[in-house]
Each structure stands twice: as C-alpha cells, then as structure tokens.
Design a binder for this molecule. Structure first.
Ligand SMILES: C[S@@+](CC[C@H](N)C(=O)[O-])C[C@H]1O[C@@H](n2cnc3c(N)ncnc32)[C@H](O)[C@@H]1O
Length: 504
C-alpha cells in the first residue's frame, strides 16, 4: 500500500497524553456546539463540504478555540508560543499529535469535533487534507488515505438500530466513526479494516473521544473474524464504489462490479446472532435485462429478513463523474481525466451495466421459515436518525408474519402519530380522485389509499377490531360487508407494513 505522502500518525500508546489533549480540547470548547457558535451556521456547514474559506475568515483571532480550529481543522501551522497555554504542546509533539516547523507547530492529523446522539463530545481523527479540498475533491491520492466523516458515514450511523448489545462488529472501520457509535451501546466492539492505518486512526478516535477501546483486526471482509465468532450488530460502510480497478482503499473495493457488496451481504448470515441486525450502505449494478430488486434479493443470506431501500439511481456517466470528482481528477491533467472516464465506461459496457443504485441494506437474523425480503425504491427525504424506525419495521414484519387475514380482522390498530390525509383531485371537484396518507416522521412515507382505506385508518383508535370497523363502513357506504372483509386485509397489511397503522 503506497502511503509515502501521508504523515506519520500520533502514537496510540500514550493514553495519558491523549486524555490530556481531550481535556484541553474540551476546556477550549473545541466541540460541535462550540464550533457552531464560533463559526456560525453557514461556515460550519461549509466545513462539512470541505470548504474552509468561510471558517478561515471566522478564526482570524487568537482565542484558544480559534487557534485550535486553525490547527486541527483548517490545518494551518500556529505559533508554538500561542498554543502553549491551550494544549500540552510538548507532550503532543513527543507523542506525534503535532510536529514542529520553526517556531510554529502543525497538526499531523485532522481532529474534528463530533456530537454523539446523547450529547457526547466526541472527536473523529482522520488524515490531513481529506476535509480540506472543497470542490477540488480529496486532498491526498495516497492509496491508504483515511477519510473522516462523510455523508455516507452519518447516514449509516443514523440508520443503525441502537439497542444495547453484547458484541458489535464494524467492518471497514476507517476513521472509527461507526465503532465509536457502537461503543455507546455494545459491551464489546470489534473493528476491522484492510488498511492498518485505519485501525491506528480508529484507536485514536476512540481514545480521544473518551470511549472504550475496540478490538482492532486487520483483514478483508470477514477474514479477521474467527469461525466461532458471531455478533448482535454488524455495520459496514464498505468501499462500495464500482470502479475499474482498485485505486483508493477507502472507496474502491477492488473486486469486480458490485461483488464486494454482494460478498459482504452474503457472508453476513452466519455471522449474526439470532435477532441481530446488520446494516450496510451499498452500490449495485442495474444490468440490462435484469430487475435490480431480483439482483438484490439474490444477495440476501438464508435465515435473514431483509429491508433494502434504493435511495438513488445514477446513469453510468453521472456515476463515473461523481467519483472522478471525488478524487479531484477533474482538476488534473485533462488527458488523464479523459482516459480514466473512458476506462470507467468501458468497464460498465463490458458488464452491460446501465445505471448504478445507491442504498441501504438491513438484515435481521430470524428463525422464521419464510423470511421477509422487502426491496423498495424510496428517493424522498427521510428523518434521521432512522434506527428506531428500522427496528420497528422488523417488529411489524414479525407481526404480519404471525397474522393471516382472519387474524388481522380480529386485531385492533391505532393510527401512527403525525399521519395526515391529503386529498388529490381537480380544483372544485366534489370528491377527490384519490387520497394520500402521509407520515411526517421516520421514512416520511406517503401512500395512496381508497376512501375505505382512508376511512378505516381514521377510525383506528384501538377500541374496535378491524373487522368491526369494516362492517360499520360497509353499512355506511352500502357495500356488502363480506366483500369488504374479503378485499381490505391486503390494504391493512400494507398500512401496517409501512407503519401507518400500529397493532394496539
Ligand atoms: C467508505 S470507508 C468507511 C469508513 C467508516 N467506516 C465510515 O463509515 O466513515 C471504507 C473502509 O473500508 C476499508 N476497506 C476497504 N476494502 C476493505 C475490505 N476488503 N475489507 C475490509 N475493509 C475494507 C477501507 O480501508 C475504509 O476504511
């Protein structure tokens, strides 16, 4: 792995220095809240897009917080004498968090405050330059560069079911962000990566965040996991980019097409404990003549329920351009850019790939004879964190599996909170053409229902059984109650599956 241009990392063997550094950072309010207050929302948001100019303008002074932002986030050298009061500078120089350059000191890694879900003040360590590229793409092309927090990282963290567990695995840990989240609700966390630099950085992220250490193991996919080891939670934001050849370890899986994501999902079945969840981000090929949902269904291991959500689809040109820009290739030699773009399209052509899907795959190990595999497209805005929505999705799957149509008619339901009804039709028309029920929480789903479905949902307050509600509706609209009882369970099933109705 060629890492020649990357800085030597701070030592992970000086917990005392790391603890003192953490204390100093917190003491100066170098936290997510402190940063927001100092920089203001636009400059703070620009930083998450790797744009540093607004933050540089907001940190021209010499307060401890401004100095720390310049040093660790904007990666500017600062005068040794200026930070002497703010940080244990000499200990940081000795253990490698800082290097000296004349009468100035510079950071060897990017250190980014990150607010945990319970208000924890965490820090994510990553390689220099990764979050200081702006529209130019990542700052380093070294193969083993370790990136900080991106949109994909926070999406996965938000999706993850956060119930207390004994053993969690973060596969492809990178900066350690998923391991850090897992450490808050798992007794034991194992973090793996093919890149030893990532494991080192994960140790720093955990220690600097004041989190318990994880077990760190080097290797590809499940190689570092012993045969007899199983987990209650597995998370992975893998190197899912479908690319012609492995170039950047953090994103290019190095297996053909979407094989890395497929292998990861397929091999997870035997690694999960009964009832355990696995959450993955993935990219998948849309191949000529094949339905993407069939492709994804074929990945689901035996003994697992699955919920697969396709959030976005890009055609092959958009896809190639996205990742060329991510690497900053558009700022380099035009001929090289053209050759890389061409190679990407050659690869897709050879595999008959027409587009690429982006999305989430959640597996839950179950002893059910008939697993539930739901693959759906939902490109609309959602409300993060979604972990609780994901957990209750699988509870509803269990409920529906255990209730046939007759049992559904006997059951009582309540309408989920914050569901509204929208009527769609021509302006001035007496009756709507159709009715939409919309959730304002979680997946923010909208579903089309007929007037019986809307009326049914409106009456569900848990007091009457579904069958009795349908009988009353039948009487009201003059329909045969037997026919209504016959045709409505499918709609009730869908409303329960999508979370509009909750079993009372
Ligand atoms: C997209 S990054 C995700 C980092 C971090 N978990 C996050 O959520 O931000 C993918 C990580 O997987 C690692 N990786 C690449 N190939 C791998 C493989 N075959 N097995 C395990 N990890 C791999 C990379 O080194 C990188 O750290």
């Amino acid at each position: 792995m060629s890492n020649a241009s990357l800085s030597p990392l701070p030592s992970a063997d000086h917990p005392d220095v790391t603890a003192r550094l953490r204390g100093a950072l917190l003491g100066a309010s170098f936290t997510a809240d402190g940063l927001l207050e100092l920089l203001g929302a636009p400059a703070y948001a620009a930083l998450s897009r790797s744009e540093t100019v607004p933050a540089l303008r907001a940190t021209r002074g010499d307060t401890p917080l401004e100095l720390l932002v310049r040093l660790f986030l904007l990666q500017q050298p600062v005068l040794h004498a200026r930070v002497d009061d703010v940080l244990p500078v000499d200990a940081c120089l000795e253990s490698g968090w800082l290097v000296r350059a004349g009468d100035e000191v510079a950071a060897t890694v990017d250190v980014r405050p990150y607010g945990g879900p319970g208000g924890e003040d965490w820090f994510i360590v990553s390689d220099l330059g990764c979050a200081v590229g702006g529209a130019g793409g990542i700052g380093s092309h070294a193969e083993g560069v370790v990136l900080g927090v991106g949109g994909a990282s926070t999406t996965l963290a938000g999706l993850t079911v956060r119930t207390p567990v004994s053993a969690a695995l973060d596969l492809g840990t990178g900066s350690g962000i998923q391991a850090l989240h897992a450490a808050a609700h798992a007794t034991r966390v194992t973090a793996t990566d093919v890149n030893p630099r990532a494991l080192h950085i994960t140790a720093l992220t955990l220690a600097l965040s004041g989190a318990p250490a994880a077990e760190l193991r080097e290797g590809s996919l499940y190689e570092p996991v012993h045969d007899d080891e199983t987990y209650d939670l597995i998370v992975s934001n893998p190197p899912f980019v479908i690319s012609p050849g492995a170039r950047l370890t953090y994103r290019d899986g190095g297996m053909g097409g979407d094989d890395l994501c497929r292998s990861l999902v397929q091999q997870t079945g035997e690694r999960l404990n009964e009832g355990g969840f696995a959450h993955f981000l993935a990219n998948w090929q849309h191949v000529e003549g094949e339905d993407w949902t069939d492709r994804l269904r074929s990945w689901v291991p035996r003994g697992c329920d699955a919920w697969i959500v396709q959030r976005e689809v890009q055609d092959v040109t958009q896809y190639a351009e996205l990742w060329l820009r991510d690497a900053g290739d558009h700022r380099g030699d035009p001929a090289e850019y053209q050759a890389r773009y061409d190679a990407w399209l050659d690869e897709f052509e050879a595999r008959k790939v027409r587009a690429v899907g982006f999305g989430w795959i959640t597996l839950r190990r179950t002893g059910a004879a008939e697993p539930s595999v739901i693959a759906e497209e939902w490109p609309h805005p959602i409300e993060q964190p979604l972990g609780e929505t994901v957990r209750t999705h699988f509870d509803r799957v269990d409920y529906l599996r255990a209730h046939d149509d007759a049992a559904l008619l006997e059951a009582h339901f309540t309408l989920a909170g914050e569901v509204v009804q929208e009527q769609v039709g021509l302006p001035g028309a007496e009756d709507p053409e159709y009715v939409v029920l919309r959730q304002n929480r979680g997946m923010r789903r909208a579903t089309r229902v007929d007037t019986v479905g809307a009326g049914f949902a409106g009456v569900c307050d848990g007091t009457m059984s579904a069958g009795r509600i349908l009988d009353a509706i039948a009487q009201l609209v003059g329909e045969d109650p037997v026919a209504l009882r016959d045709r409505t369970p499918a709609q009730i099933r869908l409303l329960v599956e999508q979370g509009f109705l909750e079993p009372a």
